[in-house]
Ligand binder design. Sequence first.
Ligand SMILES: C[S@@+](CC[C@H](N)C(=O)[O-])C[C@H]1O[C@@H](n2cnc3c(N)ncnc32)[C@H](O)[C@@H]1O
Length: 303
Amino acid sequence: MNISEKFNPKADLVLFNGDCLKILEKIPDEFVKLVITSPPYNIGKSYEKRGKLDTYLDSQKKIIQECVRVLSPNGSICWQVGNYVDNGEIIPLDILLYPIFNELNLKMRNRIVWHFGHGLHASKRYSGRYEVILWFTKSDEYTFNLDAVRVPSKYPNKRHFKGPKKGELSGNPLGKNPSDVWDIPNVKSNHIEKTIHPAQFPIELIERLVLSLTDENDWTLDPFMGVGTTQIASIIHSRKSIGAEILVEYYKVAKERINLAIEGELLIRPMERPVFDPNTKEKYVPPKKVSVGNNSTTLFPNF
Ligand SMILES: C[S@@+](CC[C@H](N)C(=O)[O-])C[C@H]1O[C@@H](n2cnc3c(N)ncnc32)[C@H](O)[C@@H]1O
């Protein structure tokens, strides 16, 4: 695996330590198939909200414009955001960001609600237990591999009970469409993937997007890569990836996790493990070790 610290179209993985706009400007038009990211929420305190909010949206717009420029005509952008909470007041970031994507003529395919079970317990409002992924495409011709991400049907043996198909299975034997509400545990302290990052993606959340919205050898991009979750979900499924992270402490952890994945030693929560339900006896699916399935790999040097 060829890993580079600056943009190199011949690499398999580009890990840039710095401001994402600096690497974005080096990426050619229409180069990546999928942009997946979760941006920072630093939009300021309520007493200075107007000014800070406008500045935040302007800076997001510049980055989104660049992401659209580097996106392939049949590619997708997934912008994952939650609510910014300021003094008990909720500011849903997807509502603020949607007009930017709309002005750039992107087409929204789903507003995916990512539901999770853990978080702060609010006392003056309902506790927040979801975030959203805004999924846009650049055109009407876009990659969507539904079969790669089907989930088990509730009643897999259900059959048509009348008509010409009587007796045949009524559902898809590969499973059902996961829908636009995803129940996936968030990464809290007892999660197998937890690092020092306060807001890392669970790998299984990104695996579903990588598998459905790209093909093998396609490029993914995460301009705010944090501890490299998008890169891990990409390389374990034979995709190439570009990531930028401004803070060196997170960049170092990203490299360490990626090295573990390359060595076949990174433990992740498997996509096939059901969400824990104390009322049912589900079969326990243990954490799994992932690998990139390539023995001729050179490890990225650690600091
Ligand atoms: C919400 S976190 C993303 C976490 C990531 N999804 C993961 O799984 O680790 C946003 C990240 O963007 C980084 N960041 C903020 N501004 C940046 C910039 N201009 N360029 C690159 N990274 C930036 C922050 O340091 C932070 O780690």
